[in-house]
Design a binder for this molecule. Structure first.
Ligand SMILES: NC(=O)c1ccc[n+]([C@@H]2O[C@H](COP(=O)([O-])OP(=O)(O)OC[C@H]3O[C@@H](n4cnc5c(N)ncnc54)[C@H](OP(=O)(O)O)[C@@H]3O)[C@@H](O)[C@H]2O)c1
Length: 202
């Protein structure tokens, strides 16, 4: 028997800002924020976990006004959650799928109970990752992969990753060997004594 469709409320809890400024002053809790509209190539996600990246607080401060959505803005690019509604042109996911990925800058972000994302910005959550682990990955991994691609890393080369324990540095250490067949990645971090960076492939 097919599962009953999820009941989608008209409003949700969300964090949002209506003016730029320091995040502790600008970011406010909204108990009745409208549920985002779903475009045909998107899915509506019940958010289970979200992550904040440096770009989020740069945008709250007002450093990227050119890419701002209209106020009030819900921040958050990274999301992991469950698909509860599928747009008419979306084909990759069905209701109930566990997904992770990135929300578009113009859309309601992931610091909310519900968010929308284009299906080409999402993938199925690997079963061996928790929602929190999955939500921590998308933007940082994309940045790491893009950086390694940009420097033209190729098989057999070596690379030194500064800040190998950081959000971007950590996937740099693993991507350089798994995606670019790098001979050896080394990293430097103030936490080098913990061995975290070495476990990540450094
Ligand atoms: N996160 C993203 O998705 C993303 C996307 C685009 C661009 N970026 C940019 O990428 C950079 C890193 O972001 P992140 O999210 O990875 O930040 P993060 O998680 O805070 O990591 C910062 C890393 O830099 C290291 N570090 C800080 N100060 C250092 C110093 N003085 N000497 C050596 N290492 C130092 C830290 O090492 P310790 O932990 O040992 O202090 C840590 O490993 C930022 O400039 C950010 O704006 C990030």
């Amino acid at each position: 028997m097919a599962a009953a469709p999820a009941i989608i409320p008209s409003h949700m809890k969300a964090w949002a800002y209506s003016e730029h400024g320091k995040s502790n002053a600008a970011l406010k809790f909204h108990p009745n924020f409208p549920i985002p509209e779903l475009n045909e190539d998107q899915v509506l996600i019940k958010v289970v976990a979200a992550a904040i990246n440096p770009i989020d607080y740069h945008k709250i401060v007002g450093n990227y006004k050119g890419s701002d959505a209209p106020f009030p803005i819900v921040p958050g690019y990274d999301v992991a959650g469950v698909v509860i509604k599928v747009g008419s042109a979306a084909k990759k996911f069905k209701e109930g799928d566990e997904v992770y990925g990135m929300v578009e800058a113009k859309d309601v972000g992931s610091l909310a109970e519900y968010t929308t994302a284009q299906e080409n910005g999402l993938d199925h959550k690997p079963p061996n990752l928790s929602f929190a682990e999955a939500a921590s990955l998308p933007l940082a991994i994309e940045t790491a992969y893009g950086a390694l691609h940009k420097v033209g890393l190729s098989a057999g080369q070596s690379i030194l990753v500064l800040g190998g324990t950081g959000g971007v540095g950590n996937p740099c250490c693993s991507d350089c060997q798994t995606c670019f067949w790098c001979f050896k990645g080394s990293s430097y971090s103030q936490y080098w004594k913990t061995g975290i960076d070495e476990e990540a492939g450094g």
